[in-house]
Design a protein around this ligand. Structure first.
Ligand code: CMP
Length: 145
C-alpha cells in the first residue's frame, strides 16, 4: 500500500537540497507537498516534543531553528520504512559503517547535524504532516488492487 511520510532537509544540508531532491525522485518517491520554512525555537520544540527532556533536546531545538529547512510530504509504497532506509541511522559516523551511501553518510556532519529527518511510524507521520501542512488530509492513499 502507498503511504505518506514527512521528510525534512535540515539546515546543514540545505545547500544540497536540489541534489537530495533528485535522489528522492530517483528512488521512486512522489513529492506531494513541499515548503521551505524557518521554524521558531518554540515550533522546533513542539515538533520534537517526543524528545523533550533528553540531553540533546536544547541543541536539537537551537539547530533546527537556526536556519530554513526543506519540508516534504513523500508518497510511495511503504514510504515510512523506505525513506528511513534511504536516510540511514541517526549518527552519520555509524551510518558510514553500516549503511554506506545512505543520505546521512553522504550529507550528515554529526549526530545533531545529520542532514535529514524521516517520520518513524505511521502515527508520527500523521502528526508531523499535520504539523507542517496544517490543511492536509492525512489518510493512506487508496490504490487499485
Ligand atoms: P531526527 O531523525 O530528526 O530525530 C531526532 C533528532 O535528534 C535526530 O534526528 C538528531 O538530529 C537528534 N539526535 C538524536 N540523538 C542524538 C544524540 N544522541 N545526540 C545529538 N543529537 C541527537
Amino acid at each position: 500500500y502507498v503511504e505518506r511520510t514527512l521528510a525534512i532537509i535540515k539546515p546543514d544540508a540545505m545547500d544540497k537540497a536540489n541534489e537530495i531532491e533528485d535522489i528522492i525522485l530517483r528512488n521512486g518517491f512522489t513529492v506531494i507537498q513541499k515548503r521551505k520554512v524557518h521554524l521558531s525555537p518554540e515550533q522546533a520544540s513542539d515538533f520534537y516534543v517526543e524528545h523533550y527532556g533528553k540531553m540533546f533536546f536544547p541543541s536539537l531545538v537551537a539547530y533546527m531553528s537556526s536556519a530554513p529547512i526543506g519540508v516534504f510530504v513523500l508518497a510511495k509504497e511503504k514510504a515510512i520504512k523506505a525513506w528511513r532506509e534511504l536516510i540511514g541511522p541517526t549518527n552519520p559516523f555509524k551510518a558510514r559503517e553500516t549503511h554506506p551511501g545512505c543520505l546521512r553518510d553522504t550529507y550528515g556532519k554529526d549526530q545533531t547535524r545529520n542532514a535529514v529527518h524521516g517520520s518513524e511510524s505511521f502515527l508520527s507521520a500523521e502528526r508531523e504532516i499535520r504539523f507542517m501542512f496544517h490543511d492536509s488530509i492525512v489518510e493512506p492513499i487508496a490504490t487499485e488492487q
